[in-house]
Design a protein around this ligand. Structure first.
Ligand SMILES: Cc1cc2nc3c(=O)[nH]c(=O)nc-3n(C[C@H](O)[C@H](O)[C@H](O)COP(=O)(O)OP(=O)(O)OC[C@H]3O[C@@H](n4cnc5c(N)ncnc54)[C@H](O)[C@@H]3O)c2cc1C
Length: 461
C-alpha cells in the first residue's frame, strides 16, 4: 500500500455512504460507485418512502381513534389524497438522496455513477451510466450493493395492479381492496399503513401468525388490532400465483382457495445484488442464496475486500448496513474497531402500534439460551397512555438473573421506535435494572413504564 490508502466502495446505500464518510475522515482516497442514486434503495425505494407514507397513515390512525379524547369528527371522514401523499414521498426521497450526496461530496469522496465490479489485481471496473467504462486500482474494496425484491415466477409485478414495494408510489388512487402477500416486517407495515389510509386490506400469511420472527406477544397485539380495524389476515395461506383479472387481481392460494382484490402488493423477501460483481474471479465466497459471506468486522474471504449491508444478508436493516460499512473501514484503515454484536441491534416494525426490540428475545430466554428474568407491563396501566387514549401495547424488560444486567426488551406502542433507545443504551452499556430504576423518568410519560419495569425486576429474585 502507498502512503494514502485507495478505497473503492460499490453501492451508495447506508452500507456504502457511511463507510465512505468514515474512510474519508480517516484520510483515505475514496471513490464511491453508485448506479441508482446516493442513499441507495434505503432512501429511494425502501425505508425512507415507506416511512414517509406511514407518517401520513399514523396521523389518520390517531384521528380515527380520537373520539375518546372528546373530538367530534363530524360526518365527513378525513380522506387521503394518495396522489399528493405519493408526490410528497418521492419529493422527500429525492431530497434526502441529494442531501446525502452533498454530504458525501463535501467530505472529499469522489462519486462515480455506474455499475462497478471487481477484477483480479485489485482492479475496479465501472460501466458508467453515461456510457464507457472506467478502471482503477483500489487497495481496499467494500461491496455494499444491497438487495432487491424477490419475484415469484407466478406473481410477476406489472407496476399497475401487481406491485413490488418499489412500485406502490406510482399509485394515484387508494386501492379499493389491497391484497398484501407476505406477513414479515415489510408486508405487515404496508398492510397496517394502507388499512389506516382507508383501503380494505387482506394480508396473506404463509405462517400461523403475522411477524413470525418477532416477539410472539407483540405479534398477538398487532393481530388483535388488525382484527379490530377490519384488516383480514389469512394465516397458514401460501400464495401460489397472482394474476391480473380484468381490472383487478386474483390470488390463488396453495390449498386452491382464491382471493380477489383490486391490487396486490408482493412482499416475499429480498434477493442480494451480487451478480456480475466479479466475486468468483476474485475468490469472494457467497452462501447458497448468493449473499456475500462476511465475518463480524465485515471481511469477506478475499484479502482487502469487505462487504456490508443487505448484500451480506446479516440483518436487513439500514442501521446494520451502516454499522457494517463503518466497521469495515475502521478495520481496513487501522482504527479501533469492535466486531458487530447482533445482541445490541435495535429494530422497529412501523405498524400501528409500532413494535421495537433490542437484545435477547423472549423466545431465546424461554428456550434457556440465556438465564434471564423478564417482566411485562401493559401500557393500559400507564397514566400518560390513559391520557392519550392508548390502550394497546406493553413494555417488556429482560435482565440477567444473577447480576440484573439488562439484556433486552420489547416496546409495543405508538412511536415505540423512540422509546426503545433507553433499553438499547442499557444493553450496550451493560447497565443494571438497579441503575435504570434509579434513573429519573418524566411523569407522566410512556417511558415511565420502562422505569417501572426495571423497579419490578429489581425487587424480584
Ligand atoms: C419496504 C422496506 C422498508 C424498509 N424500512 C426500513 C426501516 O424502516 N429501517 C431500517 O433500518 N431498514 C429498513 N429496510 C431495510 C433497508 O432498506 C435495507 O436494509 C438497506 O437498504 C440496506 O442498505 P444497503 O446499503 O445494503 O443497500 P441499498 O440501500 O440497497 O443500496 C445499495 C445501492 O447499491 C447500488 N448498486 C447495486 N449494484 C451496484 C453496482 N454493481 N455498482 C454500483 N452500485 C450498485 C444500488 O443501486 C443501490 O443504490 C426496509 C426495507 C424495505 C424493503
Amino acid at each position: 500500500m502507498g502512503a494514502v490508502t485507495r478505497v473503492a466502495i460499490l453501492g451508495g446505500g447506508p452500507g456504502g455512504y457511511e463507510a465512505a464518510l468514515v474512510a474519508a475522515q480517516l484520510g483515505a482516497e475514496v471513490t464511491l460507485i453508485d448506479r441508482d442514486g446516493v442513499g441507495g434503495s434505503t432512501v429511494l425505494t425502501d425505508c425512507v418512502p415507506s416511512k414517509t407514507l406511514i407518517a401520513t397513515a399514523e396521523v389518520l390512525t390517531e384521528v380515527a381513534e380520537s373520539s375518546e379524547l372528546g373530538l367530534d369528527l363530524g360526518e365527513e371522514a378525513v380522506r387521503v389524497d394518495l396522489a399528493r401523499v405519493n408526490a410528497r414521498v418521492m419529493r422527500l426521497a429525492r431530497a434526502q438522496s441529494a442531501d446525502t450526496e452533498a454530504a458525501v461530496e463535501r467530505s472529499g469522496v469522489r462519486i462515480v455513477r455506474g455499475a462497478g465490479r471487481l477484477a483480479p489485481g485489485d482492479r475496479v471496473i465501472v460501466d458508467l451510466n453515461d456510457g464507457g467504462t472506467e478502471e482503477f486500482i483500489a487497495d481496499v474494496a467494500l461491496l455494499a450493493t444491497g438487495a432487491r425484491p424477490r419475484i415469484l415466477p407466478d406473481a410477476q409485478p406489472d407496476g399497475e395492479r401487481i406491485l413490488s414495494w418499489e412500485q406502490v408510489y406510482d399509485l394515484d388512487e387508494l386501492p379499493e381492496r389491497l391484497i398484501v402477500v407476505g406477513s414479515g416486517v415489510t408486508g405487515a407495515e404496508f398492510a397496517s399503513g394502507y388499512n389506516a389510509l382507508g383501503a380494505d386490506v387482506v394480508l396473506v400469511s404463509s405462517r400461523d401468525r403475522v411477524l413470525p420472527s418477532e416477539d410472539a406477544d407483540a405479534a398477538r397485539v398487532l393481530e388483535d388490532v388488525f382484527a379490530r380495524r377490519g384488516l383480514t389476515v389469512l394465516s397458514k395461506s401460501r400464495a401460489e400465483s397472482v394474476k391480473r383479472q380484468g381490472d383487478g387481481v386474483l390470488v390463488t392460494l396453495s390449498d386452491g382457495r382464491t382471493v380477489e382484490g383490486s391490487h396486490c402488493l408482493m412482499a416475499v423477501g429480498s434477493v442480494p445484488n451480487t451478480e456480475n460483481l466479479g466475486l468468483d474471479e476474485c475468490g469472494i465466497a457467497v452462501d447458497s442464496r448468493g449473499f456475500v459471506t462476511v465475518d463480524r468486522v465485515s471481511r469477506t474471504s478475499a484479502r482487502g475486500v469487505y462487504a456490508a449491508g443487505d448484500c451480506t444478508g446479516v440483518l436487513m436493516l439500514a442501521s446494520v448496513a451502516a454499522m457494517q460499512g463503518r466497521t469495515a473501514m475502521w478495520h481496513a484503515l487501522g482504527d479501533a474497531v469492535r466486531p458487530l454484536d447482533m445482541k445490541t441491534v435495535a429494530a422497529n416494525v412501523f405498524t400501528a402500534p409500532e413494535i421495537a426490540t433490542v437484545g435477547w428475545s423472549q423466545a431465546a430466554i424461554d428456550a434457556g439460551e440465556i438465564d434471564a428474568r423478564t417482566v411485562k407491563l401493559p401500557l393500559s396501566t400507564n397514566a400518560r397512555a390513559k391520557m392519550q387514549g392508548i390502550s394497546d401495547g406493553f413494555v417488556k424488560l429482560f435482565c440477567r438473573t444473577g447480576t440484573g444486567i439488562v439484556v433486552g426488551g420489547v416496546v409495543v406502542s405508538p412511536r415505540a421506535s423512540e422509546l426503545i433507545h433507553p433499553i438499547s443504551l442499557a444493553v450496550e452499556g451493560s447497565l443494571t435494572v438497579d441503575q435504570l430504576a434509579r434513573t429519573f423518568a418524566v411523569y407522566p410519560s410512556l417511558s415511565g413504564s420502562l422505569a417501572e419495569a426495571s423497579r419490578r425486576l429489581r425487587h424480584r429474585d
